[in-house]
Design a protein around this ligand. Structure first.
Ligand SMILES: [Zn+2]
Length: 436
């Protein structure tokens, strides 16, 4: 895809419409086997198709219904076509594979990890985790619809994104089926298997269908978070525009503590951090991951360098919520961020490390500086337009700045230079713009 930070990820030659994932999970040792059927069109003339495949052992490939040759070199699966094909031609590829779940460092690596109590698996797939266990065009610019049929041993539950379509007996277990019809970036795939209960949460006060996932021996721990989630859905919809998907839910996973990931339509947390208590940390994490459904999931980064458009917005939304419930003032949060970031970490729009505080609190401080520069009304109108104009798609930092200039009528060159491009953030926020 030509991503500066992750040049190995994605192929611009294809535009995937749909992934049909049929997976079997086996414990002891944790292992996946299955097929992924990928349909789409060629986005450019080519004589081969490439997928990201950094871990799975591919056993066979079918191209348009016929057994096909393939080469698996390093982290790429290459499938030669039967000759050059023109842009716009459709393709269907079915890939059979096996994946050992190695685990690794949960806070450094992306991918699938064994359950904390060794019951099933959970995953953090951002930015490139899916390609460690399944062949995929692993870049947010190629969003697609997904279906998941996941077969697990009896007694376990398999959870994926979208609507739960039911479970049915299968050979040696039970198959759980989920369907994600709205376009989704691969890094937002949920991979959650274990002793879970799927809880119908009804409909939120703003009309969003709610489906939650909780460990079956800790079902009471979910309750304190349901009212907060309902209030947050209303609070953010009022500020950012309508919630961008058909459904939402909380999944409290059997993971290490500290897990929080905005998997699409179903935010993922550690059951160890959400044990029934409701304080600053739970308010913060619930607000942050919910806000990502607008910023990151509905509108995804066109390049990984644009990560501040995800994390800066989610952090800013978290500050708005903490201010709203009286746990921390937004001004104090922004000022604390500038103090904490005085050692640098690279420009906000090109941080040294992808998931560094510059992307999170640095991006949020840049947004607060922007709000003070253009005024409250233009800022919120610009934020709503940003989501509405790019829902189910991607955006770049340049597009964001241009959009904000158009809506506010304010020249943002100075703001951009100081808050997005400088190696060090300013040490203080600009004064509030006086209305009028
Ligand atoms: Zn985040």
């Amino acid at each position: 895809m030509g991503d500066r930070r992750h040049p190995e990820l994605g192929s611009a030659d294809i535009d995937v419409d749909r992934y049909g994932v049929a997976l079997r999970y086996e414990p002891d040792p944790d292992r996946f086997s299955g097929t992924v059927t990928i349909t789409g069109i060629l986005a450019a003339a080519t004589d081969r198709i490439a997928f990201d495949c950094d871990g799975p052992a591919v056993t066979s490939v079918q191209l348009d219904g016929t057994s096909a040759a393939f080469e698996h070199e390093g982290d790429e699966l290459l499938i030669p076509l039967d000759g050059p094909r023109a842009a716009g031609e459709p393709f269907e590829v079915e890939i059979a594979f096996n994946s050992d779940i190695a685990g690794g460092d949960e806070f450094v690596d992306a991918g699938v990890f064994p359950g904390f109590r060794h019951l099933g698996v959970w995953a953090v797939n951002e930015p490139d985790g899916v390609s460690t266990w399944m062949p995929v065009n692993d870049h947010p610019t190629d969003k697609a619809a997904w279906t998941f049929d996941v077969t697990v041993p009896e007694g376990l539950t398999a959870v994926a994104n979208g609507v739960f379509l039911g479970s049915a007996p299968a050979a040696d277990g039970v198959t759980w089926t989920w369907g994600q019809s709205e376009p989704m970036a691969s890094y937002l795939v949920t991979t959650l298997i274990g002793p879970y209960e799927i809880r119908d949460g009804g409909t939120s006060s703003t009309g969003v269908d709610l489906v939650h996932v909780v460990l079956d021996d800790r079902t009471d721990t979910l309750d304190p978070y349901l009212a907060v989630t309902d209030e947050q859905l209303a609070f953010f919809a009022e500020r950012f525009g309508p919630y961008p998907f058909d459904r939402y839910g909380l999944a409290l996973a059997d993971s290490v503590p500290g897990l929080a990931m905005e998997t699409q339509g179903l935010s993922l947390f550690s059951a160890l951090d959400f044990d029934g208590s409701l304080g600053y940390v739970q308010h913060l994490l619930l607000a942050h991951e919910l806000a990502h459904q607008w910023f990151g999931n509905a509108v995804s980064p066109a390049q990984w360098d644009d990560i501040w458009l995800n994390e800066g917005f989610a952090t800013y939304a978290e500050w708005m919520w903490l201010d709203h419930v009286g746990l921390q003032s937004l001004d104090a949060a922004a000022e604390d961020a500038l103090t904490a970031l005085d050692a640098g970490g690279g420009p906000v729009r090109r941080p040294d490390e992808l998931f560094s505080d510059v992307s999170y609190r640095g991006g949020a401080a840049a947004l607060e500086a922007l709000r003070r520069t253009v005024g409250d009304e233009a800022f919120m109108a610009g934020v709503r337009a940003w989501v509405q104009e790019r829902v189910d798609s991607v955006g770049t930092t340049d597009e964001f700045v241009a959009s904000m200039e158009r809506i506010s009528g304010v020249d943002l060159d100075a703001w951009e230079a100081a808050w997005l491009d400088a190696a060090l953030l300013p040490d203080r926020l600009p004064p509030e713009r006086i209305a009028g």
